[in-house]
Design a protein. Structure first.
Length: 244
């Protein structure tokens, strides 16, 4: 979002500078203009909640999907600060809930939630996943002051379509689908944005560039496809412009 009238003010300042000095713009004037640009382009806070998929296990931090999302949204003139990420490899829903309880900031502009693969991997039932996921979603809404338009959820990727999980692909696929049915239903019932990236993850065996070097987690290329899926929802982008 850019302040109205900034362009005219900016060029007026340049004109005044040209009346005082000739030749190249001085360093002082460059710094002044940088400050003006920063003031005219407000940015918004973003909290990303999750597990290894959110911290980008086995990829560089710059290409984690939350960071790729921030970069891509700039092209839509939506400017987010660096993401605050509360996530850790191996976390189940209950462990994320405990970690979030120690974080006392409640005025984020945007929150994302992607959680559940470790509940499935560690043998927890879908029935036990449901109430904790619902509670996490409630806490996510709380972190944006109750504005549901500022929260979005991603489905759980299907690691059955990686070299690591391929031998049990059918079993993993069945269970991940059950968990995703739960998180999608709860999310939709609350009127919150939901993005299905599971189908993208299921290309991992046919396109090996979508899997990281650890043979389990998504690559930077796959995360880029997740972000493209999010950005393809024009209603979501328009909503962000309205609420941010």
């Amino acid at each position: 979002m850019r302040c109205k009238g900034f362009k005219s003010i900016f060029f007026q300042l340049l004109f005044l500078c040209s009346c005082v000095t000739t030749g190249d713009m001085t360093t002082d004037n460059q710094d002044q203009n940088t400050i003006l640009l920063d003031q005219a382009t407000p940015s918004f806070s973003y909290l990303a909640l999750g597990d290894s998929y959110t911290i980008g296990e086995s990829v560089e931090s710059s290409v984690r999907w939350p960071n790729q999302l921030i970069d891509s949204l700039q092209g839509q003139e939506i400017y987010l600060d660096s993401a605050t990420i509360i996530a850790q490899t191996g976390w189940r829903t209950d462990e994320l809930k405990v970690a979030l309880a120690t974080h006392d900031k409640f005025d984020y502009d945007l929150v994302s939630l992607l959680i559940g693969v470790n509940d499935q991997y560690q043998g927890k039932t879908a029935a036990s996943y449901e109430p904790v996921f619902e509670e996490l979603l409630r806490l996510a809404i709380e972190r944006v002051g109750g504005d549901k338009e500022r929260v979005f959820v991603l489905s759980i990727p299907n690691y059955g379509y990686t070299p690591f999980g391929a031998l049990n692909k059918e079993g993993i696929t069945t269970e991940i689908a059950e968990f995703n049915e739960i998180n999608k239903r709860i999310t939709n019932d609350k009127g919150i944005w939901y993005f299905d990236i599971t189908t993208i993850s299921e290309q991992g065996l046919s396109d090996t560039t979508l899997v990281a070097v650890d043979q389990l987690h998504p690559s930077a290329q796959q995360y880029a496809l997740w972000v493209a899926e999010i950005l393809s929802d024009q209603l979501f982008i328009d909503s962000l412009r309205e609420v941010l």
